[in-house]
Write a protein that binds this ligand. Structure first.
Ligand code: FAD
Ligand code: FO1
Length: 453
């Protein structure tokens, strides 16, 4: 990498200027917790090679990350534990700091006289806030790189999109340029003086105070496991994706969202492998619509809608119709505790909730039904939104994610959807019920399968 690679360059942008120090280039890893196929790490390495600097990856462990509990930390820490040794093999340093980047990074950068700082792009509020506070607290040049979207979110669109129909043409225009293979990291040519300590995941996990949910046992965490799961899906199950993805009784979805959420698998690697699988365009199209269009639409929503997790973030027509139906009588009302304990009158809803609590992942089709029923059985839409977010973030391995906030806002608040026939409580928000699910798949078989697990 002796000259600039345009493909790497165009994934990043400068967020603050500053004075370059004499020490290493530092990459603050957060959303993209992997060595391979990581544009921010590639970007940092390119910069370090050009400036003849060492390269250091820093991860800040925040023990009280919003909505997260032991279930998520165990998955994340086991994935992170693979990184120090892998990075040491190619002469890249790794350091785990304990605390929020805002509290611990400025001093660290100063002590190592960092050359510059690179971080992952992330549209969520907490990350935008970290970035703003870091900008004010550090003196080195600061860059962000989008390793999550195939096309960097700010390039696809500079505004909040109305729906898939408005972002799809923008993505289509750019996707051939951006959906490329991803270069490999090089053995870093400048030596680094750190010893990439092993991550003591059990010891670190002891520091996590929210232990409401425990580890799941059906999914192996980490970059290696994520890549194996991707290969299994592309080689064996992609072919039946279109036909089976909406049936929760079959293993029709990829199951890859926990790896994508923690950045243990690169979305672009998955999209690239899928697009080169040789399968019929119609099959690829259905999967890539979800992986690229829907996922990047979710990042667009969270990036440009500051109220992405509040009633105020719903489109005007949806706020109006929900407002008009605020006083409608509800057939049933449940507290957060009753929802959490799966104590509603509907067997399918209770099975969904149990599935989520036990396995940490609910089928995509059922997530819509699950969230819409919370709207139907709470006193007001604000409460429904709050409960759905709390439960999704608490139990879903892939929760605390732009996809989750957007999926919930779609189900409860009509985001990216249109007005439907008006009915009580929902107003013009799209309705779903158990009878509709029964027309799509064998509901009793699903309920039985959850009971047996
Ligand atoms: P697959 O069908 O195999 O899709 C592959 C990938 O495409 C997914 O991993 C995901 O990255 C992307 N994708 C698929 N469907 C969507 C979608 N509708 N919107 C955006 N991206 C999509 N997704 C999360 O990642 N985290 C969440 O917390 C989350 N919460 C949701 C809550 C509700 C109420 C709803 C309606 C949807 C939610 N989704 C969430 C979106 C979607 O349901 C999941 O991404 C999907 O079910 C994950 O399973 P999979 O990887 O097997 O999906
Ligand atoms: N990111 C960090 O930089 N440090 C953490 O300690 C951390 C904990 C964490 C726990 C659960 C979870 O779902 C995400 C967590 N993240 C953490 C952030 C994560 O990597 C993602 O960037 C966002 O959640 C999705 O945008």
């Amino acid at each position: 990498m002796d000259r600039r690679n345009i493909d790497i360059d165009r994934r990043g942008r400068q967020v603050a200027s500053g004075k370059r120090g004499l020490g290493s280039v530092v990459y603050l890893m957060s959303r993209e917790q992997r060595v391979d196929d990581n544009w921010a790490l590639l970007w940092a390495q390119q910069e370090a090679i050009i400036r003849e600097k060492a390269l250091l990856v820093v991860f800040c462990l925040v023990a009280d990350y919003p909505g997260a509990n032991l279930r998520h930390y165990l998955f994340m820490l086991k994935g992170l534990a693979e990184l120090p040794a892998r990075l040491a093999e190619i002469n890249i340093g790794f350091k785990l700091l304990e605390g929020s980047p805002v509290d611990v990074l400025p001093g660290f950068l100063q002590r190592c006289d960092a050359h510059l700082l690179v971080c992952d792009f992330d549209p969520l509020r907490i990350k935008r806030k970290w970035q703003e506070q870091l900008k004010a607290a550090i003196s080195v040049p600061f860059y962000e790189v989008d390793g999550h979207n195939v096309i960097p979110a700010w390039i696809t669109s500079g505004k909040k999109e109305y729906g898939a129909y408005t972002i799809r043409p923008k993505i289509k225009r750019l996707v051939d340029q951006y959906l490329t293979d991803i270069p490999a990291l090089q053995r870093h040519p400048v030596e680094i003086e750190t010893d990439n300590l092993k991550i003591a995941e059990d010891h670190l996990a002891e520091k996590i105070s929210d232990r409401i949910a425990g580890a799941v046992d059906w999914l192996q965490p980490g970059e290696k496991a994520g890549q194996e799961a991707m290969r299994d899906f592309v080689d064996n199950r992609l072919i039946t994706y279109s036909a089976q993805r909406n049936n929760p009784c079959l293993k029709g979805q990829s199951g890859l969202s926990p790896y994508l959420h923690f950045g243990q698998l690169a979305p672009q690697r998955l999209a690239w492998q899928v697009s080169r699988s040789g399968l019929a365009p119609a099959i690829l199209g259905d999967f890539l619509e979800e992986l690229i269009v829907r996922r990047e639409l979710a990042d667009n929503f969270c990036l440009y809608e500051p109220a992405y997790d509040r009633f105020a973030g719903f489109p005007e027509w949806a706020q109006k119709t929900l407002q008009a139906h605020r006083q409608d009588p509800r057939d049933a009302l449940y507290s957060l505790e009753q929802f959490e304990a799966a104590q509603t009158h509907e067997g399918l809803w209770n099975a969904c909730q149990r599935d989520l609590v036990i396995h940490g992942k609910l089928h995509g089709y059922l997530r819509m039904y699950w969230a819409k029923k919370i709207l139907e059985w709470t006193i007001e839409p604000e409460e429904a939104l709050e409960y759905a977010i709390i439960l999704n973030d608490r139990y879903s391995l892939d929760g605390r994610d732009a996809n989750g906030y957007t999926g919930i806002a779609w189900s409860i608040g009509g985001v990216h959807d249109r007005a439907w026939r008006e009915r009580p409580v929902f107003g013009k928000i799209r309705y779903m019920n158990e009878a509709g699910c029964r027309r799509k798949f064998d509901v009793d078989c699903y309920i039985r399968s959850v009971r047996l697990s």
